[in-house]
Design a binder for this molecule. Structure first.
Ligand code: PLP
Length: 413
């Protein structure tokens, strides 16, 4: 028998997580997660499910009836969307501007779709005309792209994408994991058909739940593929003639029945994650969507001003920079990993490394969700300046924090 005395009490070290996500969750969210569990068909719980749907309609700025949670991390939302819409042989267009575009490609390939890629250099975005040209050429069933790709710290403008897709009869799917509530995403106004997200960035929650929304264009495709597993099939149910969705867990047709008055006994909803998602949305909506966007935009200006005042070069197309994460070039001759490790060990601050072509070239510094507060930006800049100096990088003393404070003062804070 195992000697349980060898297991210490869980006691994670205190951290200020200023990377590309996850970040520190709001204490309000952690508190919500510790609330007592309820049975999944308890009227009190189904009422919370309905409230979550109503809250996320506001977060996504949509009237879509089908707005709910997929249990799992953000990619669970992507998988549910793609596997429920795509059939083997369908064409998908993926405009790739970073690592997460490749994730969309990989998931679409696992759905056995035929993937058409267009790519742009990491740190840049597409002109909507380039996307339209590719849609016209490839005539996809679905166009899948990220709003913000944390791997490159830039965000693709999306205002025209929904309309382009409508004109060529394609479904638009947006992965908004990294950008949701960090910047505007009016799903209905931009005519986006299907959007998924995650909690662990600007929503100030933990990873593990993926809010999703989709309209009737998508619901119709899913209805044509509706099958229900035998043990829970209602009497008289007749499966749709379309191909059965290749995943049970991510079958949106069954999930729609679970989240509607039908209350199909599909999976057991992840109770504590639902509490978390509910509190994440309440926090944002209490602050106000516009105010939440503005808080992230101001933090971005302060972070950029501070890094530049230190003499560092900010990465990527600044006109399309994501507000909640900033890429910064690692100065020549500096060991980027050693700096990250000293920041963690000396200041308990985490900043991010990077992937693919940017690996070893940039750090990614996040300011999002609960961490997107003035004192955290200043603490992070101050710590980075100190560690760089200890690594013999010549940085002007105190100017980073002064420049960041100036941005806040200019905004009256
Ligand atoms: C844009 C984007 N999409 C998808 C993901 C994947 O999210 P998860 O790790 O929660 O599955 C991330 C995570 O950082 C992301 O930034």
């Amino acid at each position: 028998m195992a000697d349980n005395t060898i297991f210490a009490e869980l006691n994670p070290p205190p951290r200020l997580m200023m990377g590309p996500g996850p970040v520190n969750a709001s204490p309000r969210v952690l508190n919500a997660m510790s609330m007592p569990l309820l049975g999944q068909f308890d009227p009190a719980f189904t009422n919370y499910m309905n409230e979550v749907m109503a809250l996320y309609r506001q977060i996504f700025q949509t009237a879509n009836r089908w707005t709910f949670l997929i249990d799992g991390t953000a990619r669970a939302g992507i998988e549910a969307a793609l596997i429920s819409v795509l059939e083997p042989g369908d064409t998908v267009l993926v405009p790739v501007f970073g690592r997460f575009g490749h994730l969309l490609t990989e998931i679409a390939e696992r759905c056995q779709a035929r993937v058409e890629l267009i790519e742009t250099e990491w740190g840049t975005v597409f002109d909507p005309g380039q996307i339209e040209e590719a849609v016209k050429r490839t005539r996809p069933k679905l166009v899948a792209l990220c709003q913000g790709d944390t791997s490159t710290t830039v965000a693709q403008p999306l205002a025209e994408i929904g309309d382009i897709c409508r004109r060529y009869d394609a479904i638009s799917f947006i992965d908004s994991t990294a950008s949701i509530v960090g910047m505007d995403l009016p799903v209905d106004a931009w005519q986006l058909d299907m959007v998924s997200a995650g909690l662990q960035k600007c929503l100030a929650g933990p990873p593990g739940s993926a809010p999703i929304t989709f309209n009737d264009r998508v619901a119709d495709i899913i209805a044509a593929r509706k099958h229900i597993e035998k043990g829970i099939r209602p009497d008289g149910f007749k499966a749709a003639s379309g191909r059965m969705i290749a995943s049970n867990y991510f079958d949106l047709s069954m999930l729609m029945d679970y989240w509607s008055e039908t209350r199909l006994n599909h999976h057991t909803e992840a109770t504590s994650m639902l509490y978390a998602a509910r509190e994440c949305a309440r926090i944002v909506l209490q602050e106000g969507l516009a105010e939440t966007f503005a808080r992230h935009a101001l933090a971005s200006r302060a972070m950029v001003a501070g890094l530049q005042a230190m003499g560092l070069k900010v990465f990527g197309d600044l006109d399309h920079k994501m507000p909640n994460v900033t890429g910064v070039h690692i100065p020549k001759g500096v060991d980027g990993e050693a700096i990250r490790s000293d920041l963690l060990n000396d200041f308990a601050i985490e900043i991010g490394t990077s992937f693919g072509p940017l690996h070893g070239k940039i750090w990614r510094i996040g300011a999002m969700g609960y961490n997107c507060q003035k004192h955290n930006i200043l603490t992070c800049l101050n710590a980075l300046e100190t560690i760089l100096r200890l690594h013999k990088v010549r940085v002007p003393s105190g100017e980073a924090v002064d420049a960041a404070i100036a941005e806040y003062r200019a905004a009256g804070q």
